[in-house]
Write a protein that binds this ligand. Structure first.
Ligand SMILES: [Zn+2]
Ligand SMILES: [Zn+2]
Length: 420
């Protein structure tokens, strides 16, 4: 029996990988301009890291996290996100001694959700975290990177939604108000929200169920519970976004599903994606560093889902980098010619060409079919006769024409033909 990939866990095939590297390289370039440095944190961590940071009673920890007990009886989790790991590494390696740490990461995350378009069990994120800053202007700079990234990708059909969830004190007061408001409406909420009512109240505000949505329309806003510090913080974030010419909409019920968010939260949604339309999510998490054993310090960040960015790009018909233009497919007949093309390909590569050599001795037709299937537009063929005449045949796969090129001047001749 053939073994297949697990459900919700995808291969990223060679034909797709160019898009991935394009995105990754673009983000690396952008992050370095903002003086963010890359960090690579492990894929496995102690489960406690996530239960403590994301929250015991969140969907991620309760239902979606992949955990196992290893041979040393340690409870281990595959990271469902990277923020907690970045904070752990920051504390473990004393990065806080450098003052503010501006970091980014790229890599796979794991959640056992029901797979659907834009939602896999192994999915990839590009994320940024700033640790050690309380400033609302830092929130604005973080949002600015996210928006610049989308601009660099030429995406257009996205919207930035922002809100503030206040400090833990405000959150707590608001929870009481919301609880009272929903008390006599509890029965009308969907089953998950009835469960959330007891366990994770604020998540009710995120519910997409139309019944819940209409009940919540008249629910009080968290902003009415802000202390003066949180009010001022949110005002400064918005003022900065205005100054940066970044359009946004304030969604008073945007709370995000993780326990650790405080003050600013945001989401960037793309209209080409259907139900799972968030391509980026982030916010401030001022209690996380101290929750994980550090001093009280502010922090904020975001993450992009790479799969969703690619879906958004596809929806906008944006094509990223193609195969290198100067690519040739090469094969030969006879031992002498086989050895000759090894050296020939080596020198062409030094001249910047991408050369695929098919070393198999097969009929011409079959080799040409393989070249065509691999989407090469130009093929170089060297037979014993040609070798003795000092030439090689170049076949144009698009129009079927072919011409001899002199072996001595092949790089120049190819340059003229392929780079025009
Ligand atoms: Zn507050
Ligand atoms: Zn609901």
């Amino acid at each position: 029996m053939k073994i297949k990939a697990l459900k919700g866990v995808n291969d990223i095939l060679p034909s797709e990988v160019n898009n991935w590297t394009y995105l990754e390289n673009l983000s690396r370039r952008l992050f370095s301009q903002y003086a963010f440095r890359e960090i690579r944190v492990p894929i496995i961590e102690e489960s406690a890291l996530f239960t403590r940071s994301i929250g015991e009673q969140t969907d991620i920890v309760e239902k979606e996290m992949y955990t196992f007990v290893d041979k040393g009886k340690r409870k281990i989790a595959l990271r469902p996100e990277a923020t907690a790991s970045v904070v752990r590494a920051y504390l473990e390696h004393g990065l806080d001694s450098e003052g503010i740490a501006k970091l980014f990461y790229i890599g796979p995350m794991f959640r056992g959700e029901k797979p659907q378009s834009g939602r896999n069990r192994q999915f990839y994120q590009i994320g940024a975290e700033v640790l050690g800053s309380d400033s609302p202007y830092q929130d604005a700079e973080v949002i600015d990177i996210a928006i610049e990234f989308l601009k660099d990708l030429n995406l257009k059909n996205y919207k930035l939604h922002i809100n503030s969830v206040g400090c833990p004190n405000d959150k707590h007061k608001f929870s009481q108000t919301l609880k009272n408001y929903l008390l006599d409406k509890k029965e009308k909420l969907c089953a998950s929200c009835q469960n959330r009512y007891e366990r994770n109240l604020l998540r009710i505000l995120d519910c997409k169920n139309p019944g819940c949505k209409s009940i919540l329309q008249k629910a009080p806003d968290i902003s009415s519970h802000f202390c003066s510090d949180c009010t001022e913080h949110f005002t400064q974030v918005r003022t900065s976004l205005d100054a940066l010419d970044i359009p946004y909409t304030v969604l008073p019920h945007l709370v995000r599903g993780l326990d650790y968010y405080t003050k600013t939260v945001f989401e960037i949604n793309h209209k080409g994606l259907g139900a799972q339309d968030a391509i980026c999510a982030g916010g401030r998490y001022d209690t996380l560093i101290s929750d994980l054993g550090g001093a009280t310090q502010g922090a904020c960040g975001f993450s992009f889902g790479i799969e969703r960015l690619l879906l958004a790009a596809a929806a906008e018909k944006i094509a990223f980098e193609k195969e290198p233009a100067q690519a040739v497919y090469m094969f030969s007949f006879g031992q002498k010619a086989q050895i000759k093309i090894l050296a020939l390909a080596q020198s062409l590569r030094k001249d910047g060409f991408c050369v695929f050599i098919n070393h198999e001795q097969k009929p011409l037709k079959k080799l040409l079919r393989q070249a065509d299937k691999a989407a090469y537009k130009f093929v170089l063929i060297l037979g014993e006769d040609e070798l003795s005449q000092g030439v090689i045949t170049l076949k144009n796969m698009q129009d079927g024409t072919q011409q001899p090129l002199k072996l001595d001047t092949i790089a120049d001749e190819l340059n003229k033909i392929l780079r025009k």
